[in-house]
Design a protein around this ligand. Structure first.
Ligand SMILES: [Zn+2]
Length: 342
């Protein structure tokens, strides 16, 4: 999801693009629809193949994407963020005979390489990334961990722990549950993030009431209540992504989180906390008022996460939506990225 913060509000779009990772004007700049239409397989070293090493960094590529968007637009973008992205390195096959051929279509590429083109002078690498498996066993008690196919986290119901896979193995996550009294509730996961925000006082609930101009009288209780960002830990359509986190952040659930794993249904964690953090500046731009005074400062604001907790929040299930009784947040089921029957 690509979000741009402008005077007219936050614009969103869904992005699925590819860009050539090396400098070679005679090769197609993108894969077009191929990256979506063709089935990809895991790369493995092949004896007679040369794997060109990408020379374009991820940041440079994102810059190119932004440029493409901004080409015909006059409006000022104060902040842009890519949230929930999955980035893949795709090797697209070509072969050289009298010309360079597209090895998928077996057809020559339209643009000829320069006369001095020499493939052997290009930096190459051997793809040596074996797939590793991590046993889904609890690191504390050895119990079988459970989790959905798409889930980024695994649960141990024996010793009440939650784990996520990292490069080095499983790592325990801090988590909690917002208590509820409906045994049929569906628990949706949220990231509760405490962060240092530069350039704006945002430490307490009272600070939020002031900056978001909420129709509330500031009480001493609010002055003592810590402010948290709340961002859903699951992927949703870009259209409602910021609406959910804004509603939850403005409602600042005050219930203490309790330890334990809810007995009922849990919606899988599909949005990593790093991606949730990417959205925090947009979230600020979604509630700080007056917005036109605040926007010019936005590029200089730094948000540094200090502590994170995964929180399961109970929702009532309606026919078409999930409803959170305290904040009155409703999420239409068809806006969830995984429309499974819970
Ligand atoms: Zn365990």
């Amino acid at each position: 999801m690509c979000f741009s913060s402008t005077f007219d509000g936050i614009k969103h779009r869904f992005v699925d693009i590819s860009h050539l990772g090396i400098e070679a004007p005679f090769l197609p700049a993108t894969l077009g629809l191929r990256s979506q239409a063709l089935k990809l397989t895991f790369v493995s070293p092949e004896p007679n193949a040369l794997f060109l090493k990408p020379t374009l960094s991820l940041e440079e590529m994102k810059g190119l994407v932004e440029k493409r968007y901004d080409a015909n637009k006059a409006e000022t973008v104060f902040h842009r963020a890519f949230v929930g992205d999955t980035i893949s390195l795709i090797y697209s096959p070509v072969y050289i005979d009298d010309k360079i051929y597209d090895a998928v279509l077996n057809k020559p590429l339209s643009v000829k390489p320069p006369a001095d083109f020499d493939i052997s002078t290009r930096p190459a690498e051997s793809p040596d990334w074996p797939i590793r498996f991590i046993p889904a066993l609890c690191q504390t008690c050895g119990w079988d961990l459970e989790g959905d196919r798409e889930s980024l986290t695994l649960i141990c119901r024996n010793c009440t722990s939650i784990w996520q896979a990292t490069e080095t193995g499983l790592e325990a996550l801090k988590f909690g549950v917002m208590p509820g009294d409906n045994p049929d509730a569906v628990h949706l996961p949220f990231w509760r993030i405490k962060a240092a925000v530069s350039g704006i006082e945002l430490h307490t609930y009272a600070d939020l009431v002031k900056h978001a101009n909420l129709p509330k009288v500031i009480t001493s209780d609010m002055l003592d209540t810590k402010f948290y960002f709340w961002v859903q830990a699951f992927k949703v359509r870009p259209k409602i992504f910021l609406r959910i986190s804004r509603k939850m952040t403005l409602s600042q659930p005050r219930e203490e989180l309790i330890t334990g794993i809810p007995e009922g249904r849990l919606y899988p964690v599909t949005l990593p906390v790093q991606e949730a953090v990417e959205s925090l500046k947009l979230l600020l731009a979604g509630f700080v008022k007056p917005l036109n005074h605040f926007l010019p400062d936005l590029p200089n604001i730094q948000i540094t996460p200090k502590s994170v907790r995964l929180a399961f929040i109970p929702f009532e299930e309606g026919q078409h939506e999930f409803i959170q009784p305290e904040s009155l947040l409703t999420i239409n089921k068809n806006m969830l990225a995984i429309s499974k029957n819970l």
